[in-house]
Design a binder for this molecule. Structure first.
Ligand SMILES: NC(=O)c1ccc[n+]([C@@H]2O[C@H](COP(=O)([O-])OP(=O)(O)OC[C@H]3O[C@@H](n4cnc5c(N)ncnc54)[C@H](O)[C@@H]3O)[C@@H](O)[C@H]2O)c1
Length: 476
């Protein structure tokens, strides 16, 4: 028996009931989203009855059926328990929302196509809810917001003769692992009045290990600084990688040298695609707040977004891509999750669509993209592969001797960056030939052509015999 209670105004097929929502201890607006779900489950686990409010009815129905709409590690057991204990009340219409208890807003807060923050989404959400909220209720903004939004909201409510308490308590957990991280991460608390701050602190003390009390503007900046700093760290790693690559060096070896048993280098991340719905968006929000004087943030965007362009350009210079098929491994924006939002894998796909003969894509987690193919098919049909998301399933794969671009330094076999390997091989070969007074021009010519040839030829070249007659290892 399913104890969850649906309360969808206007939903044709869902049973509705009005009683339970009044019994909710708190409401999470956007409760079916990536931030909302772990938060809902954490409060339910702490004994609260939660009004899960979301305009996306499909997501609510999925939750009500005991399934998560996306990967949230540790979430399914908590959801089953919360449903069993009758702790969740689902609503999708503002008119159905709980008029008692705090309201936590976790809706998406995007930037527009010109990288400007869009405050309107917050205002539209509040405008829809306001007629159904009671004065005295605590309204907590948890979405990442442009600095000043919390004070703006407070003033907006006052101008509309409403007396709700306003707080800003940002979410800082990492996607997919929110349940674990909510238990471990200090919670930043701020309010526009001492009463709002105190009530927000009391609320989050039920699920957070530690509270950090600051003013709303400090909290807004702390959240943006956290994300922008992470984004800049990734950009530094990516730029180091590009510098080493331009110098013809293997960055994996340098990375190991920098970090091994050297505590001050512990935090240096690997290079890789820095993507997802938050890091660049929040760096852009901070840049807008800083009157576009956030030079480090802007540089980080250029490096991180530019990494894809650099790799594509590099491949274009080395191969006749128009006659080749490129396979993209991992379309989620990071490892071991199914979220494709703002994934740089799709930037690869777009750029390569103009350069390559064909682009094939695969991902073991993503279920929302009808163009994805099975991994085996992508490997079999591709001439070159690019590791986009370092899912653990890819680590020990056999790529059938095909070249693989691995910026992350993740694959057990190492990056098969063809030309680097190839140049190494050709160098040895030319030296041998010149010592043996063989004509090297024919080989140089053959090699030059092979650089523009499909994978079959590569396999042939890599398996030529060494001087001692042993097979040349293409996969060290
Ligand atoms: N995803 C993360 O890991 C993460 C981490 C920290 C902070 N944040 C921030 O949290 C916010 C939410 O991010 P997200 O990834 O959870 O977004 P999301 O799109 O996954 O979730 C937002 C949810 O809000 C719902 N929604 C939108 N407008 C609504 C409205 N007016 N009324 C009710 N429901 C509404 C949507 O249907 C959706 O389910 C953003 O500001 C983001 O920057 C995200």
């Amino acid at each position: 028996m399913n104890f969850a209670l649906m309360n969808f105004t206007g939903v044709k097929h869902a049973a509705t009931t009005s009683a339970p929502v009044g019994a909710a201890d708190l409401t999470v607006v956007g409760g079916g989203g990536h931030v909302g779900i772990p938060l809902v489950l954490a409060f339910a686990e702490a004994g609260y009855r939660v009004n899960v409010h979301d305009t996306n009815r499909a997501v609510l129905e999925t939750l009500q059926s005991g399934r998560l709409p996306f990967i949230e590690y540790g979430g399914e057991d908590l959801l089953a328990k919360a449903l069993k204990q009758n702790r969740l009340v689902f609503t999708s219409s503002p008119a159905e929302i709980s008029r008692t208890g705090p309201l936590i807003i976790t809706i998406g807060t995007p930037i527009d196509e010109f990288l400007n923050p869009v405050r309107k989404v917050v205002q539209d959400c509040i405008d829809a809810l306001l007629p159904h909220l009671a004065d005295g209720q605590l309204l907590v903004l948890r979405s990442t917001v442009f600095p000043g939004t919390t004070e703006w909201l407070d003033g907006y409510l006052t101008r509309n003769n409403r007396a709700l308490k306003v707080a800003f308590c940002p979410e800082r957990t990492v996607q997919g692992h929110g349940i674990k991280e909510l238990r471990e991460t200090p919670q930043i608390i701020s309010g526009t009045t001492p009463a709002a701050e105190a009530e927000a602190g009391k609320l989050f003390s039920a699920i957070a290990p530690e509270l950090v009390m600051v003013s709303p503007r400090e909290a807004e900046l702390a959240k943006l600084f956290n994300n922008a700093y992470r984004y800049i760290e990734f950009a530094a790693a990516n730029q180091f990688y590009l510098i080493a690559k331009a110098a013809g060096l293997d960055y994996r070896r340098i990375y190991d040298a920098m970090k091994r048993n050297y505590p001050r280098a512990r935090g240096i991340p690997t290079p890789g695609l820095a993507a997802g719905p938050c890091l660049m968006k929040d760096t852009a929000q901070l840049a807008a707040f800083a009157q576009n004087q956030f030079s480090l943030g802007n540089a980080a965007m250029l490096v991180n977004e530019g990494l894809v362009l650099h790799i594509c350009d590099d491949l274009r210079r080395r191969y006749d891509l128009s006659r080749m098929t490129v396979g993209l491994l991992g379309m989620a924006f990071k490892a071991e999750i199914d979220d494709t939002r703002a994934s740089l894998s799709y930037k690869f796909k777009k750029v390569l669509a103009n350069l390559a003969g064909a682009v094939l894509t695969t991902d073991p987690f993503v279920s929302t993209d009808a163009e994805l193919l099975a991994l085996e098919e992508v490997i079999a049909r591709s001439d070159i592969l690019i590791l986009c998301a370092p899912h653990s399933a890819y680590r020990d794969l056999d790529f059938a001797g095909k070249p693989v671009v691995d910026v992350w330094g993740f694959l057990a076999q190492g990056e098969r960056d063809l030309v680097a390997r190839h140049a190494e091989f050709v160098g040895t070969r030319l030296a041998t030939l010149s010592e043996g007074k063989e004509g090297s021009h024919a080989l140089v010519d053959a090699v030059t052509k092979s650089v523009r040839a499909p994978a079959g030829l590569w396999a042939g070249i890599f398996h030529m015999k060494n001087n001692d007659g042993s097979a040349h290892e293409s996969n060290p």
